[in-house]
Design a protein around this ligand. Structure first.
Ligand SMILES: NC(=O)c1ccc[n+]([C@@H]2O[C@H](COP(=O)([O-])OP(=O)(O)OC[C@H]3O[C@@H](n4cnc5c(N)ncnc54)[C@H](OP(=O)(O)O)[C@@H]3O)[C@@H](O)[C@H]2O)c1
Length: 299
């Protein structure tokens, strides 16, 4: 297993790389790619750290988007999850980098008419050079009434996987009900040491029904850092090869057995490198997971 120190040494992530974002993608080469986890019921797998819809994509900042995607790809990352116009930014930048077919592209569909959604998928495939979208998903309040449509897209080969995604516990019951149909490939929910409710029912249900799980809000959209600001990382974090507060949350998430991949949202190269580092080294056992929760609650 690669620890954080090895990770930094082997990737050449030195200070000059971080100071000069325009140059870091070219030299941030990992000797070992991100670990992957199997997508249940398939021979397919996903790298355990993914990218959410960062400001770089939302603001159509092409240099930042290019740097982010290139670094991510070089470290073995694949899953990018985005919605709206951002998905076309991601697709175009991936095409320009020549990595379109290698991305695992997940995107939301909400409320547009079906022909328009189909046209959007076809445009994404044309831009990226992919044969199929990887994941078409939506919020339960749109996905469930339109589930037959999502299933048709999958049957027709427009998308490989279909799923439901939300970040509030009031949706967990409908998500569990949907998973009971045996037709949901991917569930995306919020889960982190400060938002643990998903581990009561919805994550166990995903395991029971063989559903792949991606996690959103690993940092509660930044609120996690407000909680830990001004506090030193506890010395025992080193026991799980953890070198930052961000990694503590990500390692907690990744140590849940239901989790396939955690989505991290950042437009900052140092943060992206930090987040990818959480995929390496030791992961918390049950006692350590509880210690992380207790410690964060005490701050
Ligand atoms: N389906 C849904 O209902 C739903 C809901 C929410 C989110 N999501 C998905 O989940 C993804 C992530 O969730 P989220 O939007 O709540 O964001 P998040 O990843 O929980 O938090 C993002 C915030 O953390 C900061 N950050 C990231 N890495 C950091 C690091 N290593 N050190 C310090 N700060 C760091 C970012 O700032 P910088 O940019 O400065 O790094 C940003 O302010 C989204 O992009 C989206 O794809 C889905």
């Amino acid at each position: 297993m690669t620890n954080r120190r090895d990770f930094i040494c082997t990737t050449g992530l030195c200070a000059s790389v971080l100071i000069l974002p325009a140059t870091w993608p070219a030299i941030a080469l990992a000797s070992e790619p991100l670990p992957r986890r199997q997508i249940p019921g398939t021979d397919d797998s996903l790298p355990i750290i993914g990218l959410g819809n960062s400001n770089a994509f939302r603001q159509d900042d092409r240099p930042a988007s290019k740097a982010l995607l290139q670094l991510f790809h070089e470290q073995g990352g694949a899953y990018v999850d985005c919605s709206g116009p951002s998905r076309f930014v991601v697709a175009e930048v991936a095409r320009d980098l020549g990595i379109g077919p290698e991305l695992f592209l997940g995107t939301y569909f909400t409320g547009e008419d079906e022909q328009r959604m189909r046209d959007n998928i076809r445009s994404l495939l044309e831009i990226t050079g992919k044969e199929q979208l990887d994941l078409a998903h939506s919020y339960p309040e749109f996905a469930l009434p339109n589930w037959q449509m999502f299933r048709r897209w999958k049957d027709e080969g427009l998308t490989r996987y279909i799923g439901i995604a939300r970040h509030q516990s009031r949706y967990y019951d409908s998500m569990i009900e949907a998973m009971q149909t045996g037709t949901v490939d991917f569930l995306q929910v919020n889960y982190s040491p400060l938002e643990t409710e998903a581990d009561q029912r919805v994550l166990p249900a995903a395991m029971d029904h063989g559903v792949a799980v991606t996690i959103n809000r690993p940092f509660i959209n930044g609120a996690y850092f407000d909680r830990v600001r001004g506090h030193d990382l506890p010395a025992w974090a080193a026991d799980i090869d953890c070198q930052s507060w961000a990694q503590l949350s990500l390692k907690f998430i990744l140590s849940h057995p239901a989790v396939t991949c955690v989505l991290t949202e950042t437009a900052n190269p140092r943060h992206a490198i930090d987040n990818i580092g959480a995929g390496f080294g030791r992961m918390p056992d049950q006692a350590m997971r509880q210690r992380i929760v207790d410690h964060l609650k005490s701050l």
